[in-house]
Design a protein around this ligand. Structure first.
Ligand SMILES: Cc1ncc(COP(=O)(O)O)c(C=O)c1O
Length: 461
């Protein structure tokens, strides 16, 4: 009755990543109303700097009220439907991109395509760069949403570039070559490499060495590179962020036109400004055909003119933007340190990170065996017994069991502290064998949550 697309399950909503969300939605933690609920630590949202945005909106009523110099622009915005976007907005977006990159790269608004978030940007690029059945190489572990964005509608295959813990999951030339050869053995034509820089889920920026490997590789194979830089404004520690654009500029390659036509950057305001609901994303490319095609395709997911107008005004306030970026990074760093030290006191370590809204957490020592089955068992315990929804490494296609992505910027400081107390008590119980005793008594789900929440102190009001 329905199309193949409608009947296939390639959307990925059944992956463990989304099942954890379901468990959370059925029993969400609340500091006052549901202190035994599940704490959402699987959602890469940035709620740390909303007060700064809100105070800008409050002191700029004209932008919120669709006014310019006191005059209403409602009619102008209500009728606007140009898929090239508002010029003033694009100008401010490229300024923001340059600022985040320390003004080491200049961006031209004519090479920018607006999309409804990075989700749409990545999918649009797939439609522009690959035909159904062709492949993109993606380093593991990777953002689970790529399975949906690349595969579901564009029908592009993902071939993992297998990265692992001994070198901190860094991308190496042998790993790139191995993935390329594997694709060939599978009879898949490789059209490019997709990286996230800073990485989701690692929370690390790509090193100069990794960027050089990637550039040499795509140059030699004649394929594209997409750099999803959605977390570029969250880099709170050294080493500093190096965009693919800067890395290519610094390489002084011979045939620069050829390489530039195969470099595409994806960005969005969902993470750096914490505005995923506004659906502001973009593609930046020097390939004129890609820009022209993606612009036409953007008709399927435009950003409302009201949103463009509001944010163009906000970003044009350079004093505010500079202050926001700096303060947001400071708050993220503080939060990350809270998470790292909380986990450390529970005997759990994290991969060293310098960016993003999450940490990549090593719980291999808590597995009963070195298998993904054991990882799944631990993950379920952490959701239902400890009351934390975190993302298992398997959902990010990690090749080693026992790693989890834990988010820290979508909750209050108090809630983060509750989560740290819960995980510490859980680890202590495993070490003392208390958890097994409880299981023998047949009381699994809920026991931990109610025991721990009764010892939670009163929340700050
Ligand atoms: C690497 C990466 N790309 C894209 C997205 C999607 O973001 P958007 O809200 O802009 O569609 C996310 C969201 O988590 C992400 O982590």
């Amino acid at each position: 009755m329905l199309s193949r697309k409608a009947s296939c399950d390639a959307h990925g909503q059944d992956s463990s990543y989304f099942l954890g969300w379901q468990a959370y939605e059925d029993n969400p933690y609340h500091e006052v109303h549901n202190r035994s609920g599940i704490i959402q630590m699987g959602l890469a949202e940035n709620q740390l700097s909303f007060d700064l945005l809100e105070s800008w909106f409050a002191s700029n009523p004209d932008a919120m009220g669709m006014k310019r110099n006191g005059e209403s622009v409602f009619r102008e915005l209500a009728l606007f439907q140009d898929y090239h976007g508002l010029p003033a907005f694009k100008k401010e977006l490229v300024n923001l991109m340059s600022k985040i990159r320390g003004n080491k790269a200049k961006f031209d608004p004519n090479k920018l395509v607006l999309t409804a978030g990075s989700t749409s940007a990545n999918e649009t690029l797939m439609f522009c760069l690959a035909d159904p059945g062709e492949a993109f190489l993606v380093p593991t572990p990777y953002y689970p949403g790529f399975d949906r964005d690349l595969k579901w509608r564009p029908d592009v295959e993902i071939v993992p570039i297998r990265c692992s813990s001994p070198n901190g999951f860094r991308i190496t030339m042998p790993a790139l070559e191995e993935a390329y050869e594997r694709a060939q053995r599978l009879d898949l034509k490789v059209k490019g490499v997709l990286v996230t820089n800073p990485s989701n889920p690692l929370g690390t920026t790509l090193t100069r060495e990794e960027l050089n490997h990637l550039i040499s590789f795509v140059n030699e194979k004649g394929v594209h590179i997409i750099s999803d830089e959605i977390y570029s404004g969250t880099v709170f520690d050294s080493p500093r962020f190096i965009s693919i654009i800067e890395a290519v500029m610094d390489r002084n390659l011979e045939d620069t036109h050829d390489i530039w036509s195969r470099i595409h950057v994806v960005y969005s305001l969902s993470k750096d400004l914490g505005l995923p609901g506004f659906r502001v994303g973009m593609i930046y490319s020097k390939n004129e055909t890609v820009v022209a095609t993606a612009t036409k395709m953007s008709s399927f997911g435009l950003i409302s003119s009201q949103t463009q107008f509001l944010l163009a005004n906000m970003l044009a306030d350079k004093k505010f933007t500079g202050k926001y970026l700096k303060e947001n990074r400071r708050r993220l760093k503080k939060r990350k340190e809270m998470l790292v030290s909380g986990l450390k006191s529970a005997g759990i370590r994290c991969l060293n990170s310098n960016a993003s809204l999450f940490c990549w957490v090593d719980m291999r020592h808590l597995l009963v065996s070195n298998t993904f089955e054991a990882e799944k068992d631990l993950w379920k315990k952490i959701i239902f017994e400890v009351g934390l929804n975190i993302s298992p490494g398997a959902s990010c296609h990690c090749t080693e069991p026992g790693w989890f992505r834990v988010c820290f910027a979508n909750m209050s400081e108090e809630t983060l502290q509750v989560s740290m107390r819960r995980i510490k008590a859980f680890v202590e119980s495993i070490t003392s064998g208390c958890s097994q005793q409880q299981q023998r008594r047949g009381s699994i789900i809920g026991k931990w949550v109610s025991k721990l929440s009764s010892s939670d102190p009163e929340p700050h009001r």
